[in-house]
Design a protein around this ligand. Structure first.
Ligand code: TYD
Ligand code: MG
Length: 460
């Protein structure tokens, strides 16, 4: 066995020929680290002749399959179950990523309080001592007699300890960046260590049909350290997002081999741990009754669930040569496009104005249906005139200024009505809704019609 070294970027996983201050691939600074590798002698490799037939180890047989493939274990956290596609699947490996302090350890301890048909609960912390975790569990009111809490950062010791478990067991490893193997020369948290430890845990989960949940810290750019390599090794990648200072923490599925990836789960951190927010629409709307300019309510869909959120816009004079277009929670390129459409199709002038957009409550919206609400908020901010009260907006804006209908409009309208919004601004081709005396549907053909309508005072 010979040893050599390679230079690995800790941000993107690229392997470089020599050490350099800036990674050639991701352009990150100070992220290239030398890692020692052991090279097997090619002469010692066993040669298998071409015509030698090797049987696959234990191929599966459909006729022996007597239980549904997607048997799921539900937990007491409904919001998390929904993101997972209805619960945890035996033998699956879940990676939970998030910035430090967002509540990953808290969430997983709460998850371990009770899961249907699970007999063995194991929480292994490589960051905190057993006593610290036990104190926290106690404070969270977790009294699960089957919960075993331990502290170790050696992956081999962990694997040795958990190999007795078979299906109906769950093992949590907190976190993958702090466990390591002495077979790998590089320090804990390096790409080689993280990749090796994850691989061993995946092998263990698949061989023993045990659910393994791995915590992963994310880098300053929002990617799990050792990013793409880890994401394709596991079955499910969840991100816990939201600022530490913000009220709401959102769990979002990034990849899921056993369910959808477009669902979100909403939580709030309280003195007694994470609390589920079952009615996020009410949570994301702030209290002022639409009586300020630059505020529009959007009826959006997250996965299968309609959620109302508040879009805020501010248009202010600037002395900068290139005015600013800045947004929090909304794609800034899409914002620039909307501003260009408003300027060209509605003859609004923004050349000497900065435009800021914010989505209240820390929500991040990627749906094109949010265009109409953002446009309405900008028009209202530019005119300094509040939008008609109790109104919601949804619809995609095209480059020619025309409005395109959005899917699941009925669910959007129903949610709006439930929260007392009666004026529905949507694309003119949106299907008709059941007539209801209090409902006022305003079908808008183009962004220009909306601007004219709002300028004149709209529905007031
Ligand atoms: P933690 O789960 O340790 O975060 P992570 O594992 O993602 O780093 O949670 C950290 C924060 O949550 C910490 O700043 C304190 C806060 N917290 C509460 O507000 N209430 C609680 O009951 C708990 C357990 C934590
Ligand atoms: Mg933690």
């Amino acid at each position: 066995m010979k040893t050599g070294s390679k230079f690995v970027c800790q941000e993107c996983g690229a392997i470089l020929a020599k050490w350099m201050g800036q990674c050639d691939v991701c352009r990150g600074w100070n992220c290239v680290v030398e890692e020692v590798i052991e090279i097997a002698n090619p002469k010692s490799a066993v040669c298998i002749p071409d015509d030698f037939l090797v049987a696959l180890p234990e191929p599966g047989d459909f006729s022996e399959l007597n239980e549904p493939v997607t048997k799921r274990h539900r937990s007491t956290l409904e919001e998390l179950d929904r993101v997972l596609g209805g619960g945890l699947v035996d033998g699956s490996v879940i990676l939970l990523g998030g910035p430090p302090g967002i509540g990953k350890s808290t969430l997983l301890l709460q998850l371990l309080s009770n899961i249907s048909e699970i007999e063995n609960y194991v929480y292994i912390s490589a960051e905190e001592s057993t006593k610290q975790v036990m104190l926290r569990a106690n404070r969270l009111g977790i009294h699960n007699p089957n919960l075993v809490i331990a502290s170790s950062s050696d992956i081999h010791q962990i694997l040795q300890a958990i190999r007795q478990f078979r299906h109906n067991s769950i093992v949590v490893i907190d976190s993958i960046q702090t466990v390591s193997s002495n077979l790998i020369q590089s320090p804990p948290g390096s790409i080689s260590q993280v990749r090796f430890c994850t691989q061993e845990l995946v092998k263990f989960a698949k061989a023993n049909d045990v659910i393994v949940v791995i915590v992963g810290h994310i880098t300053k750019d929002g990617a799990i350290a050792g990013p793409k390599t880890l994401e394709h090794m596991v079955d499910c990648v969840l991100y816990f997002e939201g600022d530490r200072a913000l009220d709401y923490k959102i769990i979002r599925g990034e990849k899921n081999r056993f369910g959808p990836t477009d669902e979100i789960g909403v939580f709030a951190m309280t003195g007694g741990g994470l609390e589920e927010i079952h009615n996020p629409s009410a949570a994301f709307l702030s209290e002022h009754d639409n009586q300020v300019s630059g505020v529009a309510v959007f009826s959006g869909i997250e996965g299968t669930r309609p959620i109302l959120s508040e879009m805020q816009a501010l248009v202010s004079y600037t002395s900068l040569a290139i005015p600013r277009r800045s947004s929090v929670g909304f794609d800034v390129n899409r914002l620039s496009m909307l501003v260009a459409v408003l300027a060209t199709r509605c003859k609004m002038s923004f050349s000497n104005k900065d435009i800021f957009v914010n989505i209240a409550g820390g929500l991040r919206i990627t749906e094109p249906a949010a265009d109409l609400a953002i446009a309405a908020a900008i028009i209202s901010a530019a005119n300094q005139k509040p939008l008609p009260t109790r109104s919601v907006f949804f619809g995609e804006v095209g480059l020619s200024g025309e409005l395109r209908q959005s899917p699941l409009s009925f669910a959007r309208v129903k949610e709006a009505l439930k929260l007392g919004f009666i004026n529905i601004f949507c694309a003119h081709k949106t299907e008709d809704f059941e007539s209801s005396p209090e409902l006022n549907v305003v079908k808008v053909k183009s962004i220009r019609d909306l601007a004219t309508m709002l300028h004149k005072g709209g529905l007031e």
